[in-house]
Design a protein around this ligand. Sequence first.
Ligand code: GLC
Length: 547
Amino acid sequence: MADLSSRNPDWWRQAVVYQVYPRSFADADGDGLGDLRGVTRRLNHLAALGVDALWLSPFYPSELADGGYDVADPRDVDPRLGTLDDFDAMVAEAHRLGLKVIVDIVPNHTSHQHRWFQEALRAAPGSPARDRYVFRPGRGEHGELPPTDWQSVFGGSAWRRVPDGQWYLHLFAPEQPDLNWGNEEVRADFRTTLRFWSDRGVDGFRIDVAHGLAKDLTEPLRDIGDLGATGEEALERVPPGSHPYWDRDEVHEIYRDWRKIFDSYTPPRTAVAEAWVPGARRALYARPDELDQAFNFEYLQAGWDAEELRGVIAGSLATARAAGASATWVLSNHDVVRHASRLLLPPGTDDNAWLLSGGRAPALDEAAGLRRARAATLLMLALPGSSYVYQGEELGLPEVADLPTEVLQDPIWEQTGHVRKGRDGCRVPIPWTTTGPSYGFGARGAWLPQPPSFASYAVEAQAGTEGSTLELYRTALRLRRKLLDGEELTWSDDTPAGVLRFSRSEGWSCVANLSARAVPLPSGDVLLSSAPLTDGQLPPDTTVWLA
Ligand code: GLC
């Protein structure tokens, strides 16, 4: 049995971590926005689910220009979400229930409302206050052109001009100026932040945009035009470490420095990198002297295809093993289309085009999507390593693809001039009850409208209901705790096309049918199945665990 006890320094290696997106989880004060007291009240849901930890997306003071990833003060709580006392009470209750707490930190940028950026705006070009960020003169006769062709991830130039003529860098929204990690004050302040939350009892950190902190700021700054692409996809095409701002080798010095802080606590604080980089490079972030884990986005991006998934799983396990890390798996989070919808989209579908069509081109069969999602989840939870689940996926929630554009809040919508719809469809507040305002999310409405179909997905509708998705997750997590131990799996090669089968060293196995036809069910006792089984067959889009 995996040792997840509070004293085990390796508790994270096979943990299941539940992502709470606080604005959309539970609203205790009835202002339409989720809050920390809401989280605390609902922690029993996580305990009953059987996860090991919760990861809390940002809850810091923020004007919510990017859903809280625009942090005005990294060592405080947004008054709309609560107070530091509320935070302490939440951690205490989580620990009482045996749940670890991981907080999200955002070192690549601050909010433009951060006192440092406000000071930088008031200060002169070349001043120490400006050196905490990346300010540069523009190009062109009057400096009217941005310093480089670097593009924001959310669309448009990554530079914005300030009244005195200088430009500042923002790889995300203009309200999120990038910090200069070459500046010692910036580094020292983050050490303070890591200690601040560690001292308050958090068990680990999720590092936002972990691959972006180190930039090549040697003069003259380089355009990326010659690299052929501006986004993170360029990393596939350039020599490793050569992109001016993504995944540079120098970023690892920062994490080696942080490791000393993590290790000064007992048990050591853990950390997981959000790094959108190719697999082999991902391993560099998850080294014993850096962060413990890195999210496996290749797995998230893989299609519902047996061969492709087997390749990604085998590759991920080998990469993690070589680095001494454990593999991670993730199907949904607050940045992507929920997997109950995504996995049913025909291969090659452009997610954004589908969202722009309001989920009508193509229209998806919700029941078929849920069936596939359940099979995908059972496959994921059978893999060695740790899994990250996103609030609402345990209810089988689909993407809310038809949000009217006038309610959209994601900066991507405006910043791309209404070309990309953004990520609001996976951030709709989750349903707890089958009736009532906002389905039990809060006493009043929710900050994004919930579709009436959410009633049938509510916790209240599913708890104790045989065959519900919530009960499937609960049973799977309970079994997993008992079954998991080693971090190895052995593939069976004699499976029909489209079927994945592997056994675990503890003597149980997982079989997933990703094909369109039923196949004979291998012998063994069925421990759990993602869909009903009939006549010794394993139907399409079904996963079983066998003893
Ligand atoms: C990460 C977050 C995303 C945010 C971005 C900028 O990718 O997951 O939600 O918009 O960083 O902070």
